[in-house]
Design a protein around this ligand. Structure first.
Ligand code: UD1
Length: 340
């Protein structure tokens, strides 16, 4: 059993990971300053796990606050670092907020790992680092393309910081590159909490189905894909969460071979936007109103993961289907509707 600090532990992927860690008998300390979530998520985690984890409301981008937190929890075995701003459009308007928050918090945590090199460290990266990859499915060795946004750049620079620090200070790190995490916990007690009008596809679908939004705009129908709409690798958030537990256990067991091991977290299957809409209707019986609209600037045509490395290194593969993701996202939306 390990004691694991989960930063962004009340966020979408962080909360699901906390639940999976506790289910495997690990102890968790959640760190979250509620920038993009709500304190009630802790109730959801407790309702699922039967345990109310410790929650620290700390801004990790503040060096003194981060140092004080780490002094208080110096006996931890690992850190899973989710806490970050993640809205692409906002990052273009407020780049300094993104660099200071996303990179500041990373560097402050690495100051701790530098002094405790046995502390396992897992970084949330993104398939956005690949841009429009030349080959599909995308392997971890694919070249990193120039970032389309300051948000994407924080993931690229974050990985570079990890490479430099792991080599110089002699610690091991795993960076997980997520494709498109969607869905919610099957209990419907935790899920995604988008701020304002959702920019991402699945929260827009569920809010639209709930009557809170108008017709969904499908961005572009003239891409070179099977139905003209973009292809992504949508992966259930519980599958994503489980990969973190395996990555943490691999680090703690000393099995990591390079300073930074990188793994894709995807299903290996691409779905078009229209296929996602169809899966939603199949899973819920609800027809979504939608219409074609212009392409969204910055969207890549197609991205889906090569999953071999994660299977070999972590013993992990996605198990839940797109329809399961849609059913769970919808049940969570229904729960949210009841709480308004
Ligand atoms: C987006 C970000 C990515 C980030 C990820 C975080 C962009 C360009 N990319 O990924 O950097 O890591 O979110 O979750 O913003 N779509 C519609 N109508 C909508 C919303 C989306 O057609 O109202 C389409 C998009 O064009 C895309 C697909 O749905 O083809 C998925 O979009 P989204 O959920 O925003 O994810 P990504 O763009 O893949």
């Amino acid at each position: 059993m390990s004691k694991v600090l989960v930063t962004g532990g009340l966020g979408f992927i962080g909360s699901h990971t906390a639940v999976e860690l506790m289910a495997r008998g690990h102890e968790v300390v959640l760190v979250d300053n509620l920038t993009n979530t709500r304190a009630e998520v802790l109730d959801g985690i407790e309702a699922i796990s039967g345990t109310r984890p410790v929650w620290e409301n700390v801004d990790l981008a503040s060096q003194p606050a981060c140092a004080a937190l780490m002094a208080k929890h110096s006996n931890i075995d690992g850190i899973i670092h989710f806490a970050a701003h993640k809205a692409v459009g906002e990052s273009v308007a407020k780049p300094l907020d993104y660099y200071q928050n996303n990179l500041g918090s990373l560097m402050n945590l690495l100051e701790f790992v530098r002094t405790e090199p046995k502390c396992a460290f897992i970084f949330s990266s993104s398939c956005t680092v690949y841009g429009q990859a030349d080959d599909l499915p995308i392997r971890e060795e694919a070249p990193i393309k120039p970032a389309e946004s300051p948000y994407g750049n924080t993931k690229q620079i974050g990985e570079e910081i990890l490479q430099d620090c792991a080599k110089a200070y002699g610690f091991k790190v795993i960076a997980l590159r997520y494709f498109n995490p969607v869905g919610g916990h099957p209990s419907a007690k935790i899920g995604e909490l988008p701020n304002g009008v959702p920019q991402n596809l699945v929260p827009f679908i569920t809010q639209s189905a709930a009557g809170q939004r108008g017709a969904l705009k499908v961005f572009g129908n003239d891409y070179d894909t099977r139905d003209g709409t973009c292809v992504r690798d949508y992966i259930h958030v519980v599958d994503v969460a489980k990969a973190h537990i395996l990555a943490m256990e691999r680090l703690v067991a000393g099995k990591v071979e390079e300073p930074v091991e990188v793994y894709n977290l995807g299903t290996g299957t691409g779905s078009t936007v229209v296929e996602v809409l169809t899966a939603f209707t199949k899973a819920t019986g609800i027809d979504i109103k939608w219409e074609y609209a212009a392409r969204r600037p910055g969207d890549v045509v197609a991205a889906y993961a090569d999953t071999k490395k994660a299977l070999e290194g972590l013993g992990w593969r996605a198990e839940l289907s797109l329809e399961q993701s849609m059913a769970d996202a919808w049940r969570w939306q229904e729960t949210l509707g009841q709480s308004v």
